[in-house]
Unconditional design. Structure first.
Length: 123
């Protein structure tokens, strides 16, 4: 039974840490919400260990820990895909901004350069 209490304590520490990260603006709300839901689910499953056994029987999994690992693996896969999409969008945005800055710099240096065309009055 002590393993359940350890998992509960660890999840409570995780929730408090996530709230601190959110307050310091080190993590965005959409990510915090996801991790808090996971931590609360682990707290519920830790407080009621028979619940995971019932879910395993309902799904048809013989060992409840296999269900936990399968759900965790699926969750991490979804998080990885979502983060890959976010990184791809940020890379595209960075490339676009870099091109815009390069065009603005080229325009600025062109404006700063004096005209090279000779003045007919100087001849």
């Amino acid at each position: 039974m002590s393993g359940y209490w350890f998992a509960l304590a660890l999840c409570l520490v995780l929730v408090v840490s996530l709230i601190q990260l959110l307050r310091r603006r080190r993590i965005r709300e959409k990510y915090v919400a996801l991790w808090i839901v996971v931590a609360l689910a682990v707290i519920v499953l830790g407080a009621f260990p028979d619940l995971i056994s019932g879910l395993a029987r309902l799904v048809g999994v013989q060992v409840p820990s296999n269900l936990v690992f399968s759900v965790a693996l699926l969750f991490l896969l979804i998080v990885c895909v979502q983060l890959s999409v976010a990184v791809s969008a940020l890379e595209e945005r960075t490339r676009t901004l870099t091109e815009e800055v390069a065009l603005l710099r080229a325009e600025q240096t062109a404006d700063d350069q004096p005209d090279e065309t000779p003045d007919p009055a100087d001849a």
